[in-house]
Design a binder for this molecule. Structure first.
Ligand code: SF4
Length: 383
């Protein structure tokens, strides 16, 4: 298939749903499958896939949204940097609306702080080159997907002997939280839809422990509706046949061994932290990157002596349970009332990959609606 419309063909999607229904009917069990990536959660709701899946399939959103899992203390510590004389803070757009103790970065910008949205760390590097009398900090977040670009910006900064550029590093590693989730006693999972974007960098090998040690299947998936339906079908088929393997549905973008050049850039610049805090999941060993000593001059944490302070959280917010897949977003008492995309309480409502944002945007009341038996998947407008 070559065109995006082919991956959104409702006839093929319905046929795949029929096959999943054939596989699951009569089994008398529920298949609890976690879609790790927030982009998958959005696709499932945006394209209405939940409505064509049989009732035996329960999709559980995972922790694969980097903005959502960043704890408030790190957000506040990063935004503290902009209070230093002459600092320009740069960040991705979805960070601009994440609330911290000073309000959101957009609020701070409105009050005069020099905070700028960028599309990549290379943009931040360019700002540093154009403003030699200022110090530019890039608020780096993301899994192995975005970390190579940050690494490349530091490699370039070092080559250019830039002295006014640094990174506030919050890059995280995808495999350790999956192990942490599998070790949670309250959470029963049967299989995983593996994240597509991060796997373009790391490949499929890092998920092998899930099948080898925990006996669960993993299917690395693309983001179009047919990708997801096929991946769910592959995962269910493994479970029905008693197999547990790592399979790659997203072969058009993901190589089994990943992207060797991107991995080399990560290796050059980053080292694993002993542990890193995840919102809702606590401290997880070896789950974050730090900047290697060879690049210490570009490490904002060292340059500015970053201090993290404890943060008061709205006691009714269920962000932690939602992130662990123990609750659905609409189980949170603040969902859609106190916490909305216009006025978010938690980061899960802010980020374009957040589960609460996806439920609010595409499926706010689906849990209350009876789906008619003659429901047909709507043709999605190709954009
Ligand atoms: S609705 Fe808001 S407060 Fe509740 S879990 Fe979602 S982001 Fe957190």
């Amino acid at each position: 298939m070559k065109f995006i419309s082919e991956f959104r063909d409702s006839v093929l999607i319905q046929k795949t749903a029929d096959e999943i229904r054939r596989l699951t009917s009569g089994t008398g069990r529920t298949f609890r499958i976690m879609e790790v990536c927030g982009g998958h959660t959005h696709a499932i709701y945006r394209f209405g896939l939940k409505d064509v899946l049989p009732k035996e399939i329960e999709m559980i959103h995972g922790p694969g949204c980097p903005v959502c899992v960043l704890p408030e203390a790190r957000i506040d510590a990063g935004l503290e940097l902009v209070r230093h004389e002459g600092v320009i803070m740069t960040m991705f757009g979805d960070m601009m609306r994440v609330p911290g103790k000073y309000g959101t970065p957009l609020d701070m910008k409105a009050k005069g702080a020099d905070i700028r949205m960028v599309y990549s760390p290379m943009d931040a590097l360019t700002i540093a080159q154009k403003n030699p009398d200022k110090h530019v900090v890039f608020f780096a977040i993301g899994f192995e997907t975005t970390a190579p670009a940050t690494a490349l910006s530091l490699i370039m900064a070092k080559k250019q002997h830039l002295t006014n550029f640094s990174i506030f590093c919050n890059h995280i590693i995808i495999a350790p939280p999956l192990r942490a989730l599998l070790d949670f006693p309250d959470l029963r999972l049967d299989g995983f839809i593996g994240p597509g974007h991060v796997s373009t960098i790391i490949g499929c090998k890092p998920y092998e422990f899930i099948s080898a040690e925990y006996g669960k299947p993993v299917v690395v998936s693309g983001f179009e509706p047919l990708d997801l339906m096929q991946s769910i079908m592959m995962c269910v088929r493994q479970l029905i046949e008693g197999r547990c393997e790592v399979e790659n549905q997203y072969g058009r973008a993901v190589l089994w061994d990943g992207n060797s050049r991107a991995l080399a850039a990560l290796e050059e610049v980053f080292d694993e932290r002993n542990s890193f805090e995840w919102r809702g999941l606590g401290f997880i060993p070896h789950s974050g990157w730090k900047i290697r000593d060879e690049y210490a001059e570009f490490d904002a944490e060292k340059r500015f002596s970053v201090i993290e302070t404890s943060v008061e959280i709205n006691s009714e917010a269920a962000c932690g349970d939602v992130l662990r897949g123990l609750k659905k977003p609409h189980d949170c008492p603040l969902f859609g009332t106190v916490c909305t995309p216009e006025n978010p309480v938690g980061a899960l409502m802010v980020s374009s990959e957040g589960a609460c944002s996806a439920y609010h945007q595409y499926g706010q009341r689906l849990h209350e609606i009876e789906i008619p038996s003659n429901f047909k998947l709507q043709e999605e407008t190709v954009v």
